[in-house]
Design a protein around this ligand. Structure first.
Ligand code: PEP
Ligand code: MG
Length: 580
């Protein structure tokens, strides 16, 4: 691509807003960025190599000590030979050659040197030496990881913004963003309901995901504009576009800081729709209150851990939850217990077998129930926070009524422990279930026998019903929230909750998308929980709808047979609602 020319690259809009800044690659060893450097940068690059090698040496010493203690002397010796490979002059010489002769960046030079040496080793007839190829690849990868970690820190000019461009971003990457001067991010992988996109909305960062081959289309340092509403990236935007993006950045910063009156959102025919907030950090509570959230419908507690990068004991959790509860009072705060696993990894001191972490379904409530100490500490912290306002406990990934019974038992135990310790807790803490697994979705009335309220997690529900990974760019065409199966299940859940006289809300990402709003209202949902940034626009959309028309639309959707037909009906311009 001619990087001087203005070019538009399209992807999927994942978080609204415009941002302009310089491209910085957030990379991993599978997608090493490659670009040319000036010859005078070579000494600087070699200094970085020395630093990365020194870190790798230290990591290997640490690893060796750990293995020696936990496994044995013989196994630990492997890492001594790995350390020797780090000092191999042939490796250093090759990297230096690629830097000085080909003028490519250090990460790419290291990658090429590794491949080169591995190729040579593989050709050697001696079996022992041939097998060293894998060791060398392993060591080389460690050096590369260290370099990429440095690169992630992206240096910035004063006042400038960086646009992070990555193959994929994990939630643990994204949580660090607000600490840097990140203006927006763009990824090759990911969908609108991936956790990285969810976090972008909570951090008010524009984002575009699922952009094919964006890494090879851009170069580090090039100016780009990210349009998170239209889902596009403009390379070398023109001055008027830059001005518009800068205006948008200022407006968004002002909007985040300005005080809105608490809104009660009502439809044209005066039906109240409760809009509450999905939070990933406790400091978002202030913003949620300012935009008029009528409580917190979902506090994703795992992000508090991931954000701090440390395990939070009962006391630390209690302080975080209490902070949110006090800010939101008198509105309720729904605290979801840890929902770790899959793309949300956090290493406890006492991890439940890491090796099983990649197995489908080894996540969430199941992890909590497998580690009673961690889970009970969280239940006690939530209970203690309930002494300061209205608190509800929400369980993720419920698959059956027996899990709710187990948790009720643990809750009773936690209450008696707190009583023994003389600590206060609320008298009436409700226990709710997320409906995000097919087994809960097909029989919501059963779950309602034990749950005080339901919250529908459509992000996961759609991936499990449609068998389409919510994070994979290849699965986005199968990940259809408008599938007749999904819509019919949603209708059943709303009906079951109404019959049971219990509260039901939706906290998945479709709740914040105005496209789905008339359908959800028409199906009977009156509580939606969304990222704070989306609340003002959603309240405005609610005010333009009539329930009778929404019900009519929902009934028509329920008669259609494909996701495309339902989506087309939702996209068809609605006839303007007339006042009553
Ligand atoms: C969901 O699955 O819809 C949900 C709200 O939870 P999370 O996105 O955290 O999995
Ligand atoms: Mg979920």
């Amino acid at each position: 691509m001619n990087i001087q020319a203005r070019t538009i690259i399209n992807g999927i809009a994942a978080s609204p807003g415009l941002a302009v800044g310089k491209v910085c690659f957030w990379s991993d060893p599978e997608n090493v960025p490659r670009y040319t450097i000036d010859p005078e940068q070579v000494p600087e690059e070699l200094a970085r190599l020395d630093e990365a090698l020194a870190s790798a040496r230290q990591q290997l010493v640490d690893l060796q000590e750990r293995v020696e203690k936990e496994i044995g002397h013989e196994e630990a010796a492997i890492f001594t030979s790995h350390s020797l490979l780090l000092d191999d002059p042939a490796f250093y010489a090759r990297v230096e050659k690629f830097l000085t002769q080909e003028h490519i960046n250090l990460e790419a030079a290291v990658e090429m040197a590794i491949e080169d040496i591995v190729k040579v080793l593989r050709k050697i007839p001696d079996l022992y030496l041939r097998e060293r190829a894998d060791d060398f690849r392993d060591v080389g990868r460690r050096v590369l990881e260290n370099l990429l970690a440095y690169q992630r820190q992206c240096t910035l000019e004063e006042g400038g913004k960086i646009i992070l461009v990555a193959h994929e971003l994990m939630p643990s990457d994204t949580v660090q963003f607000h600490r840097h001067h990140v203006g927006a991010f763009v990824t090759e992988r990911g969908g609108v309901s991936s956790h990285a996109a969810i976090l972008a909305r909570s951090l008010r960062l524009p984002a575009v995901v699922s952009v094919p081959q964006i890494l090879s289309q851009l170069q580090a340092g090039v100016q780009v504009l990210v349009d998170g509403r239209l889902g596009r990236v403009i390379v070398n935007p023109d001055p008027t576009e830059i001005e518009e993006a800068e205006r948008d950045q200022t407006l968004r910063a002002k909007a985040a800081a300005s005080v809105h009156p608490a809104v009660v959102s009502r439809t044209l025919d005066q039906v109240e729709v409760v809009l509450s907030a999905n939070l990933t950090r406790e400091d978002e509570a202030e913003e949620a209150r300012m935009v008029g959230a009528r409580g917190v419908g979902l506090l994703r507690t795992e992000f508090l851990f991931m954000d701090r990068g440390e395990f939070l004991d009962e006391e630390k959790q209690y302080r975080a939850y209490r902070h949110v509860v006090e800010i939101m009072a008198p509105h309720p705060v729904t605290i979801r217990t840890l929902d770790l696993g899959e793309d949300k990894q956090f290493n406890f001191e006492n991890p439940v077998e890491a090796t099983t972490a990649c197995v489908l379904g080894w996540r969430s409530l199941r992890l909590s129930l497998a580690d009673e100490n961690v889970f009970s500490a969280q239940l006690r912290a939530i209970l203690r926070a309930s002494a300061h306002g209205v608190v509800r406990i929400l369980l993720p990934m419920v698959t059956g009524i027996e899990e709710l019974r187990l948790v009720r038992g643990l809750l009773a135990k936690a209450q008696s422990e707190l009583t023994t310790r003389g600590l206060a807790f609320g008298a009436d803490v409700q226990l709710g279930a997320m409906i995000e697994t097919p087994s809960a979705a097909v029989l919501p009335e059963l779950i309602l026998q034990e749950a005080d309220f339901l919250s529908v997690g459509t992000n996961d529900l759609v991936q499990y019903i449609m068998v389409a990974d919510r994070v994979s760019e290849h699965m986005q065409r199968y990940y259809r929230s408008t599938s007749p199966a999904v819509i019919s299940l949603l209708a059943g859940m709303a009906r079951a909750a109404r019959t049971a006289g219990k509260d039901i809300s939706i906290c998945g990402e479709i709740a914040g998308d105005p496209l789905y709003l008339p359908l959800l209202l028409g199906l009977g949902f009156r509580n939606l929980s969304v990222a704070p940034v989306l609340i003002p626009d959603l309240a405005a959309a609610v005010a333009g709808l009539k329930i009778s028309e929404a019900e009519d639309l929902a009934a028509r959707c329920l008669r259609l047979s494909t996701a495309d037909e339902i989506e087309a009906l939702l996209r068809a311009k609605p006839t303007p609602a007339k006042g009553i």
